[in-house]
Design a protein around this ligand. Structure first.
Ligand code: SIN
Ligand code: FE2
Length: 217
């Protein structure tokens, strides 16, 4: 009877799931990097705090954002772009920490994309209720490089569609340490995040943080 207590509980979630041709969900992939990633994240947000940006149409996004790396994704009244300078501070974005490059490069390789060297990491913070509507990541110059997305904190429903906005998206639950990689045939597929359900995460508290790595330039 006591022996049963020590038997591993089987994880019912498969460790990898194909979302589309070129797209894969790697469950728990960021676990070995987690502590270092979170420590580096704290340093980044001390230099470049989260802010809720405005779209060119004048709507304030529900997701708060910041960036690290040589290029940061920004949106304002003039539209979307990558910019080397944080418009709030007038300074360059914080450098991409080594551990960020490592997790992104290794996840990309596990997804079939060897040699991924991101120059931009968009950091999204979702409070309960925050969402991201369906969109394509198409502001980058080089579509041969994949997108690598690392989830931390509260679980979210990730919507992954197809090449057309009207393609009905499938829904995937992304948990702490899960990584999604999409590139090649699905590089420009529409994706988004459903409104975040409220909760309290043991490590991250009442929020979800997502790191999306890109080769922007
Ligand atoms: C994004 O598409 O930039 C974010 C996706 C996510 O938060 O999982
Ligand atoms: Fe995106």
């Amino acid at each position: 009877m006591t022996a049963d207590l020590f038997e591993a509980v089987p994880d019912v979630r498969p460790s990898r799931e194909a979302l589309a041709d070129g797209a894969v969900l790697l469950r728990g992939f960021a676990k070995p990097f987690e502590n270092e990633v979170i420590a580096a994240l704290h340093e980044i947000i001390a230099q470049a705090p989260f802010r809720r940006m405005f779209t060119s149409g004048g709507h304030q996004m529900s997701v708060a954002m910041t960036n690290c790396g040589n290029a940061g994704w920004v949106t304002d009244h003039s539209g979307y772009r990558y910019d080397g300078i944080d418009p709030n501070s007038g300074q360059p974005w914080p450098a991409m920490p080594g551990v960020f490059c490592q997790v992104a490069e290794q996840a990309a390789a596990a997804g079939g994309f060897e040699g991924f060297a991101p120059d931009a990491c968009l950091i999204n913070r979702y409070a309960p209720g925050a969402r991201m509507s369906l969109h394509q990541d198409k502001d980058e110059l080089d579509f041969t490089a994949p997108i690598v997305s690392v989830s931390l904190g509260l679980p979210a429903i990730f919507l992954f569609g197809g090449p057309k906005r009207a393609d009905k998206p499938n829904r995937y639950r992304l948990e702490h340490d899960d990584v999604v990689v999409w590139g090649g045939p699905s590089r420009l597929f529409f994706h988004g995040v459903a409104p975040l359900a409220d909760g309290e995460h043991a490590v991250m508290g009442r929020q979800r943080i997502n790191l999306t790595f890109r080769k922007a330039r």
